[in-house]
Design a protein around this ligand. Sequence first.
Ligand SMILES: Cc1cc2nc3c(=O)[nH]c(=O)nc-3n(C[C@H](O)[C@H](O)[C@H](O)COP(=O)(O)OP(=O)(O)OC[C@H]3O[C@@H](n4cnc5c(N)ncnc54)[C@H](O)[C@@H]3O)c2cc1C
Length: 495
Amino acid sequence: MKVSIAAAPLLSILPEANFLVDNMGFCCTTLEGTSLRDQVFYPTSAAYNESVKQVFAGNARLSPSCIVQPHSAEDVSMIVSALAQTQCQFAVRSGGHTTWPGAAGIEQGVTIDLSMMNSTTYHEDKGVASVLPGARWQSVYKTLEPYGVTVPGGRSGAVGVSGFLIGGGNSFYTAQLGFACDNVENFQVVLASGSIVNANRTSHPDLYQALKGGSINFGIVTKYDLKTFPHETLWGGLVIYDNSTTAQQIEAGVDFTNNIHNDPYASWIGMWGYNSVTGQNIVANALEYTKPVAYAPAFEGFLKIPNITSTMRLARIYDLTNELGQTPGYRYIYTTGTYKNDATVLRKAIDLHNNYIEQAKAQVKSSYWAMDTMIQPWPKLFSQHSVEKGGNVLGLERFDENLIQLLFDYSWNNQGDDDLFRRLGESILGELNEFAKSIGADNEYVYLNYADKSQNPFKGYGEKNIEFISRVAKQYDPDGVFQVQVPGGFKISEV
Ligand SMILES: Cc1cc2nc3c(=O)[nH]c(=O)nc-3n(C[C@H](O)[C@H](O)[C@H](O)COP(=O)(O)OP(=O)(O)OC[C@H]3O[C@@H](n4cnc5c(N)ncnc54)[C@H](O)[C@@H]3O)c2cc1C
């Protein structure tokens, strides 16, 4: 384990105990000794298997000794208190959309599955939506729709709210409102001690700040109070093009990214994708305009490129975020990098994408597989909004230029290909990083919510934020329960 200077004090306070891995079922028995015994499920039960199936990536569907499903913050408090005292290992899962195994799951330990805590309540007087941690974005949008309001959230409706919000959260509205985490008014958190606290601008402001990007290092969030805003119909959809349009798409994408500040209602995700079923390597643009305006000039560069099909229409956010889902159950790997907004980097990324598809074809065993390369703008404007709203710990405000993010998203259905796609996913990122560095277009930021376990996203937050997150983690979890007993997720002590 590599330990940064900033994290060293945190680790130095951790007990040198041998943490139980629950091969005796001891941790589950402990939970059965509480009033929550009816909410503890074992591998032979239907509830256990249903819960495991909610995890998005097939390779992340681990088999814990038992799964406990709390129904309230008080239940979560009781569970954390019991597990912390016994030094059992546990995992915390909300929407289960992190693709790497062990991020939100565990073998031989307890998984706390928050999916029963999934409601959204709108407080019209305050303009705030209280969202429980096990909700998926589609249910949040659907609940808020009749009130004519919404919140910045996932662009794929099935994604969970928790991991998304505490890792940053890039929505259709980032250019207008900053990251989704910047729009959280209050986090209700269960700490390692079992106490339930509210973290906001006036109560535990350091914890409030740290949770805006600091992920699972402080406690379990049991409620998010999100600032709402009027929901208008959006103009959006998916436009599919032939791969021969790549050069034009890249030119349009770089230009779009450099001009978002002129029209922050427009958003773009560029997707280059090969799919073994169709055997085609196509380009798709997800274009979304967050006002009911068709053909906004901001999209001109993309719209003038001849397309094969288009679903662009006026629609509600619920509808548009249903369109952008990915199929659950396949095996997945995501790797990601951030670069200066430079056409040379993007051309290299797509050359590598085409080359890696050929490499996969030569070795793959799966009957289904897909390789996607996604491009998303991360302009300076995003972090300017974050700063205006009080700031977060992502550290993006220290970069002066417009950035662009690459996500390599591979899926397959044969476990025998796990090593192949991991090798390809890590290798393509390594090659692109090296190339970007060689032309001075590299950037150290790595988006935590897309990062693979082989990456170290906190390192890209900058030394000041690493020190701050370490200090807050130590303050709110002095025994290091969330550093050691919860091995999943990105840990500040492992930077
Ligand atoms: C198909 C798909 C689409 C996506 N679309 C977007 C997008 O549009 N924009 C974007 O920014 N990202 C997107 N993502 C990435 C997404 O933000 C992350 O996968 C995020 O972690 C999902 O949240 P979750 O609740 O499902 O996470 P989980 O996998 O359940 O948890 C993620 C991490 O958070 C911890 N955690 C979970 N709940 C809590 C809690 N209540 N308190 C404390 N810690 C907790 C877990 O232990 C784990 O370490 C997408 C991912 C996928 C697979």
